[in-house]
Design a protein around this ligand. Structure first.
Ligand code: RB5
Length: 147
């Protein structure tokens, strides 16, 4: 199962990605927003990431206008490694090296065909572990440092 959330800037692309995922046989939990009215992306990041952290999901997707704000907010939440993606190569590396558990898109930046292609590239990869696991562990060690 995959969890997804967006603000108003990502609403259109969210609808496209949900439709794609369902057509690919995936179950999707849609955390909103459910229309084009203005909402605050940190609220959506919090809701979607907390849902992801319940442990029921393969990964999560976040979308705002640029993907910047919503990925920044997501990466403040312990346990989240959110990668803002704009290319298939970055998507492959986000999985193979960073084991990103949340991926972000800019709905006003990345067209729907490219976004689907990026999503497929991410889903087709596997985390390599080893030295990359050490580095991922070091990311989460930073969470414990506080201020
Ligand atoms: C909302 O207008 C816009 O600021 C938001 O979608 C996102 O791009 C922020 O990073």
């Amino acid at each position: 199962m995959i969890v997804i959330g967006c603000d108003h800037g990502g609403f259109e692309l969210k609808q496209t990605l949900v439709a794609y995922l369902k057509s690919a046989g995936k179950e999707v939990l849609d955390c909103g927003t459910y229309g084009t009215g203005s909402v605050d992306y940190p609220d959506i990041a919090e809701k979607t990431c907390k849902e992801y952290l319940t442990g029921k999901y393969e990964f999560g997707i976040l979308i705002c206008g640029t993907g910047i704000g919503i990925s920044m907010a997501a990466n403040k939440i312990n346990g989240i490694r959110c990668a803002l993606l704009g290319t298939e190569y970055a998507a492959q590396m986000a999985k193979r090296h960073n084991n990103a558990n949340m991926i972000a898109f800019g709905g006003r930046v990345t067209g729907s065909e490219l976004a689907i292609s990026i999503l497929k590239a991410y889903m087709n990869e596997t985390f390599e572990g080893g030295r990359h696991q050490t580095r991922v562990d070091k990311i989460h060690a930073l969470e414990k440092q506080g201020d």
